[in-house]
Design a protein around this ligand. Structure first.
Ligand code: COI
Length: 360
């Protein structure tokens, strides 16, 4: 795509929130990136425009048939003041995989990344620099065509919005309690669990609500066929440290291929810590707990970074992990990941992409 991006100025800028109590996804910056699609002309009219409500036709297909996909990324203010992104090309690539599965036209990955960098530069004063904070970036695409027949839409919108955010689970790196769900399922093989479509999250809400009522922060999903193999948590992938070795469920077509998940696997290999991607049943996790070999459990995701799990509740068995305390490996991974993201630690994998003036 080779189109000039336009800039629509807003009249009044918003006050910035207090960075000590940001929470997650509550505040939005002054501007967003927008681009439209029509089947005759492809993606067109890229623009940075004021963040404001949209007007959509009540018959816009997204409301009825749910072609809606998204990504989650973060921009960090590095210690030397540079703005840094973490493996953003992976998010662009996964966005296109989601497009493909939902029959949404693909985007030009390089163009979108340039546009995101331009938006971040426009909004650089919105990047918080408090401990554990970042500018959360939410690119998303949805169908806008006004039509009620069931087929892929011919019109879409792509937006990127920015949200200065703190820790996803309230406080950074405090062990969360997770409920192992046996009644509802998140996704099945052949479905859409491996891509980031809005419906996956809608499907998770009922169980999430149930878990929260019982004092749990999140759900651990099991496979849809046997209700046995661990899949993922609603907003992150999951890792178990059992007897010195780390295991994470192998990608099987219904688990989201997390970018943080992939980074954790690479880091563990780099540190010579044995790590395996394989099917792991909840019974094996319980057995490891019973024999005292379940050393740590942690989640990994863009929003959550590394989130230690202090307790799993499976079938009324409380599986308490490391006495509800942060495990050493979880702490090391968190320090390393955030250290790389903030430019405080070396980046042996070239994961960091610096945001400097770009032409779009
Ligand atoms: C992310 O980690 O960026 C996600 O997309 C999870 C989200 C549902 C908070």
């Amino acid at each position: 795509m080779n189109q000039e991006m336009s800039f629509i100025q807003r009249e009044v800028l918003k006050p910035k929130p207090d960075t000590s109590s940001l929470g997650f996804g509550k505040y939005y910056s002054d501007y967003m990136f927008v681009m439209d699609y029509q089947s005759e002309q492809g993606w067109y009219n890229p623009r940075i425009a004021p963040y404001e409500p949209l007007t959509l036709d009540p018959s816009a297909m997204v409301f009825h048939y749910g072609q809606a996909i998204f990504e989650g990324m973060k921009a960090y203010k590095g210690t030397d003041g540079t703005i840094q992104l973490f493996r953003p090309e992976k998010n662009m690539n996964r966005l296109n995989q989601s497009c493909d599965r939902l029959c949404i036209p693909p985007i030009d990955e390089e163009y979108l990344l340039r546009a995101i960098k331009q938006l971040i530069l426009t909004e650089k004063d919105w990047i918080p620099d408090g401990d554990g904070t970042s500018l959360y970036i939410r690119p998303f695409i949805f169908s806008t065509e006004a039509y009620l027949g069931v087929r892929p839409a011919k019109e879409y919108k792509l937006l990127v919005i920015l949200s200065p955010s703190g820790a996803y689970y309230g406080s950074q790196l405090s062990p969360v309690k997770i409920y192992v769900e046996e009644q509802y399922v998140r996704a099945s093989i052949g479905g859409v669990g491996h891509v980031k479509t809005a419906g996956n999250y809608a499907a998770s809400l009922k169980a999430q609500e149930k878990a929260e009522k019982n004092g749990y922060a999140q759900i651990l999903w099991l496979d849809s066929k046997e209700n046995k193999y661990v899949e993922e948590v609603g907003s992150m992938n999951i890792f178990f440290k059992i007897n010195g070795e780390v295991v994470t469920p192998k990608l099987n077509g219904s688990i989201l291929p997390g970018i943080t998940r992939d980074s954790v696997i690479q880091l563990l290999k780099y540190w010579d810590i044995p790590v395996r991607e394989e099917k792991i049943s909840i019974q094996e996790v319980y057995a490891a707990h019973k024999s005292g070999e379940l050393e740590e459990v942690f989640g990994a995701g863009t929003a959550a970074v590394i989130s230690p799990v202090g307790e799993l509740n499976w079938n009324d068995h409380a599986i308490v992990i490391n006495d509800h305390k942060i495990g050493q490996l979880s702490q090391n991974l968190y320090d390393e990941m955030t250290g790389i993201q903030l430019g405080k630690k070396e980046d042996p994998f070239n994961w960091i992409v610096k945001v400097a003036q770009v032409g779009v």
